[in-house]
Design a protein around this ligand. Structure first.
Ligand code: GLU
Length: 439
């Protein structure tokens, strides 16, 4: 029997981390088993469903590389089908009409179902003695259309969040009443924040689109979400999609809630950024700078790849290029107050910077090695410590106390801009300069 699974989002909100993980586990299971991944849109609630959410869900599944083998099916286009099965239950006397709704009368029994991750679960049906099938407005109720669709779509395993576990016995009862074969169930535990409470905005439950905006790479999110509640069995953190598919074992999904760790996701992202070939990374970063109007569309791509080469090792998010590497894309950077205060106030700083400006003027070629040779020779000759020289020069050139390796930065900026910034610093940023003229 070939595996058929489905992801069944309701387009009433954006794709958040939890649903993305559910989609991913379904997809990984299907790919691992050579099965079929079906997409079904549960848009029966016309009032709350919105096209913009659907676009968000599709767009972000696509971004994560979660491809659909079958569908999307839309429940809103299948009302006739649900009505037909509701009629069947009416005709068989298993359901009745009540105030325009069709309601299933649940026979008293105990229902047992198999969850792949747990022991069999048994529930008494006196907990839910009647189930609405079709509402009085003509739309189907979730538990009913879900069963009809899962049965007709020949779903073999219903893999979904364990917040649905209370629905399962109701659905099992309906399978039996309709004469459908009951699938296997896999209720995957919720994701919690570091406080062990259900993931919330505060602890990272933002939508995938938020992560995308901040500059998380799809490969990092894919990797991270795959390991939320499942692991390949060793302690590896960075695993390629191909390998995850090869190793993914639905039976080994953990039964306890998975803890969402933003720091770890960020760390993984920085690893993927560092690993990504510059040629592939550069356009992703340029896109952000273009949007922020920090470069023009005819920007120098060859030069930009040099920026990326020297920057990517310390980048955590793609958006860092806008927030932390802006000094590459302007004539005079913004000077951070704390950095200026800490590194440009020491005695002798004026002489140091102006000596260096004079020396760097002669650097030929103006590359990493030559800049380093000149600065190091001066440092030795003057008997200066790193904090007396390298840190101030970094602040003078980048406006900040942290940056990629200084001599690489100099070489990428080029002689003109480096000298201009040293002059600017001498004139405007040292103690005694007119206040308010540091930017
Ligand atoms: N539309 C339901 C949801 O978004 C699907 C539940 C299920 O997978 O059965 O939670």
């Amino acid at each position: 029997m070939s595996v058929r699974v489905r992801f069944a989002p309701s387009p009433t909100g954006t794709l958040h981390v939890g649903s993305a993980r559910t989609a991913l586990f379904n997809w990984l299971f299907a790919k691992h088993e050579g099965g079929t991944f079906i997409l079904r849109v549960e848009d029966t609630d016309q009032k709350r469903s919105d096209k913009k959410f659907l676009e968000d869900i599709f767009g972000n599944l696509d971004f994560l590389g979660i491809t659909t083998d079958e569908g999307p099916y839309y429940q809103s286009e299948r009302f006739d089908i649900y009505r037909k099965y509701a009629q069947q239950l009416l005709d068989e006397g298993k359901a009745v009409e009540e105030d325009g709704a069709i309601v299933f009368k649940v026979p008293l029994q105990s229902v047992t179902f198999k969850d792949v991750l747990r022991k069999d679960i048994t529930v008494q049906t006196d907990l839910f003695d009647s189930l609405v099938l079709m509402k009085s407005d003509g739309s189907p109720a979730y538990n009913f259309c879900c069963v009809v669709d899962d049965a007709l779509m020949k779903i073999t395993h219903v893999v979904r969040g364990d917040d649905h576990i209370a629905n399962t016995p109701k659905q099992v009862v309906l399978y039996k009443a309709l004469g459908f074969e009951v699938p296997l169930w896999v209720h995957i535990p919720l994701i919690v924040g570091p406080d062990r409470a259900r993931l919330s905005k505060r602890t990272g439950a933002t939508s995938i689109i938020e992560y995308r905006k901040q500059g998380y790479l799809p490969e990092a999110l894919f990797n991270y979400l795959s390991l939320l509640g499942w692991s390949p069995g060793d302690n590896r953190e960075m695993v390629s999609p191909e390998e995850i598919v090869k190793l993914f074992d639905i039976k080994r999904v953990k039964k306890t809630a998975a803890m969402f760790d933003m720091k770890k996701l960020e760390w993984l992202n920085s690893k993927y950024i560092k690993e990504k070939p510059t040629k592939e990374l550069a356009p992703l970063l340029a896109e952000r700078l273009l949007e922020a109007k920090m470069i023009e569309s005819d920007y120098d791509q060859v030069w930009f790849e040099r920026v990326v080469d020297v920057s990517k090792d310390r980048m955590r998010l793609l958006q860092d290029i806008v927030t932390q590497y802006a000094f590459f894309f302007c004539e005079i950077p913004e000077y951070k107050e704390e950095a200026v205060e800490k590194h440009l106030t020491q005695e002798g700083i004026e002489k140091t910077l102006s000596d260096l400006a004079g020396l760097l003027k002669t650097a030929e070629p103006f590359d990493t090695e030559t800049c380093e040779k000149i600065v190091r020779a001066y440092q030795e000759e003057q008997g200066l410590e790193t904090k007396q020289l390298i840190h101030p020069v970094r602040v003078a050139i980048t406006g900040s106390a942290v940056s990629p390796p200084l001599f690489d930065v100099m070489s990428v900026l080029g002689k003109d801009r480096v000298l201009k910034r040293l002059e600017h610093t001498l004139k405007n940023c040292l103690p005694g300069a007119k206040p308010g003229s540091t930017a």
